[in-house]
Design a protein around this ligand. Structure first.
Ligand code: ADP
Length: 157
């Protein structure tokens, strides 16, 4: 059993629909504890850094689709003033896997109804991008990389 930190973002669709509080509530009603949280204005550079490993992979082999993913994280499709997302770090035993279970599968149509994505995610009719409310790190290695992108070490309590 390892004590892990994992990154969670309430993405622009979640911010637009005022789901940040609900996401925190679900995460706080779990064995994991909040270690950091802040509202961040997402630039093109930050979005590209966050999703760098997906560039050219799978559906994102299509350059237009990849740019749509970047645009989505920047809030271009969700009318969020200031391009705001809520970035958080949760910590606990096997937090990466545990938080992913709370969040649900990537495709909101495949995500279990009891999960955040299953309950509130949708597929954008405009772009086909899964607007799935939250990002949560996929594995321990990604979590380390992503926490370091969004937070300075002194910001983690
Ligand atoms: P996850 O966010 O569950 O770790 P990925 O890292 O594979 O999933 O993908 C990043 C994000 O890209 C997803 O959360 C979703 O918003 C979007 N996405 C992934 N795969 C697809 C797809 N096949 N069609 C549309 N959007 C997708």
């Amino acid at each position: 059993m390892a004590i892990e930190k994992t990154l969670i973002l309430v993405k622009p669709d979640g911010m637009q629909r005022r789901l940040a509080g609900l996401c925190i509530d679900r995460l706080d009603n779990s064995p994991f504890e909040m270690a950091a949280a802040k509202v961040v204005s997402v630039t093109e550079e930050l979005a590209r850094k966050h999703y760098a490993l997906l560039e050219g992979q799978g559906v994102f082999a299509d350059k237009t689709k990849y740019q749509q993913l970047i645009n989505f994280l920047k809030g271009d499709y969700n009318n969020v003033p200031g391009r705001r997302v809520l970035a958080m770090v949760y910590r606990g035993e096997n937090a990466v896997k545990g938080v992913r279970e709370i969040v649900g599968a990537t495709n909101p149509e495949a995500a279990a109804p009891g999960t955040i994505r299953g309950a509130f995610g949708r597929v954008s009719a405009r772009t086909g991008i899964f607007e799935n409310v939250v990002h949560a790190s996929g594995n321990a290695e990604e979590a380390e990389r992503e926490v370091a992108i969004w937070f300075r070490p002194e910001e983690l309590a």
